[in-house]
Design a protein around this ligand. Structure first.
Ligand code: TRP
Length: 361
């Protein structure tokens, strides 16, 4: 069986370092590993509209931001198909048929949807489109016969829902769809990178994100203001590293060889943590180190972005071509789905023959 990736993001803002360690960096590695037969990366504008119906301009403006972030991280249109969800109408058609295979109560149990409903104060006025987006996401994944879905931990319930739909479809209509596997980050810190304020989730409205497109001064300011251990007041105080955002970021980003380069007094992160726990290591020193580590990772991305920003029409052209290619793939799957469901009447010579025999007496 072919190894196929499908993944994507909602274009509701620029991408941040949480997106990067949670999924984006891995996608680039998978792309360059040469192990996959096909890689599809989708800008999920239609899904973004399910809870932004009154603000389509926000979605429209952020498509290019996400595309720039993707390509500056190293997603390469020569190796990966980058496309826009709304340009693939076949996805809606698939979702319409999958809706018959999912119950309302099953959707109500989806933990990610539950949290999002709370976050958006939707309790009494959930848009139907939003409520059903896990089904639409199953269309996204199955339309490409994806075997592998590299995403953040919050997307686990969506992939689970997709697998259920695949099972149900295949058992009712015959083996047609491919069951996808989720691919999560292996590093615990990358699984759920906190905001700079130590809050569990990075979000634009909380103002606690470090964006891939932030300049180096902005990043430095954000790091210097980061949440650490509130009880670590004097340098000599013993400090906590659990729940200390600066150390969580180091867990996610730092590489062993960076100690030699920036903090030669320590052999590795464990030694640095031990010193902090014992007392005698100040926050500023650790923050400066984190700044150097992040700068190493983000500077090349920032520079590539600057180059890409010089030719915006080219980026739209990449997305247009990608959307065309994606549409062909989705159309192929839709045709197989309709065959399996036997709603391909005009291609069904047997049906036409049987019906005419019925009437020719
Ligand atoms: N739900 C994803 C997000 O919030 C975006 C998305 C839409 C997606 N369809 C997908 C991710 C299919 C992976 C696979 O960012």
């Amino acid at each position: 069986m072919k190894k196929i990736i499908l993944t994507g993001d909602r274009p509701t803002g620029k991408l941040h370092v949480g997106h990067y360690v949670g999924s984006l960096k891995r996608r680039v590695e998978l792309q360059n590993s040469g192990e996959f037969d096909q890689i599809n990366i989708m800008i999920a504008d239609a899904q973004a509209l399910t809870d932004n119906a009154d603000n389509p301009e926000k979605v429209r403006q952020n498509i290019i931001e996400v595309a720039l972030d993707y390509m500056s991280c190293g997603l390469d249109p020569a190796k990966s198909t980058l496309f826009i969800q709304s340009q693939i109408p076949e996805l809606c058609e698939l979702a319409f048929y999958y809706m018959n295979l999912v119950t309302v109560s099953r959707l109500q149990r989806n933990p990610t949807v539950k949290t999002e409903i709370k976050m958006r104060n939707f309790e009494t006025s959930i848009p139907v489109g939003f409520f059903t987006y896990p089904i639409s996401q199953a269309s996204d994944i199955t339309a490409f016969k994806a075997t592998t879905v590299p995403v953040g931990e919050d997307q686990m319930p969506m992939v689970e829902q997709t697998r259920e739909i695949v099972h149900k479809f295949n058992s009712v209509y015959g083996e047609t769809l491919v069951e996808p596997e989720i691919l999560l980050p292996t590093n615990q810190a990358c699984l759920r990178l906190p905001g700079t304020d130590g809050k569990a989730k990075m979000s634009k409205s909380l103002g606690n994100c470090i964006y891939l497109s932030d300049d180096s001064d902005t990043i430095k300011k954000k790091i210097m203001g980061m949440y650490t251990d509130p009880d670590h007041i004097k340098v000599s105080d013993p400090g906590k590293v659990e729940g200390n955002t600066v150390f969580t970021y180091l867990d996610a980003f730092c590489k062993p060889e960076q100690f030699e380069r920036y903090l030669p007094d320590y052999a590795n992160l464990d030694e640095l943590k031990d010193h902090y726990k014992r007392g005698g290591l100040g926050d500023v020193k650790v923050k400066r180190f984190l700044n150097s580590v992040l700068e190493e990772e983000l500077e090349p991305i920032r520079l590539r972005r600057k180059e890409l920003e010089k030719d915006i029409p080219y980026i739209y052209e990449v997305l247009r071509k990608g959307s065309e290619a994606a549409r062909e793939r989705a159309a192929q799957t839709l045709s197989e789905v309709k065959n399996a469901m036997k709603i391909n009447y005009f291609d069904d010579a047997e049906l036409i023959k049987a019906q005419s025999e019925k009437y020719s007496g």
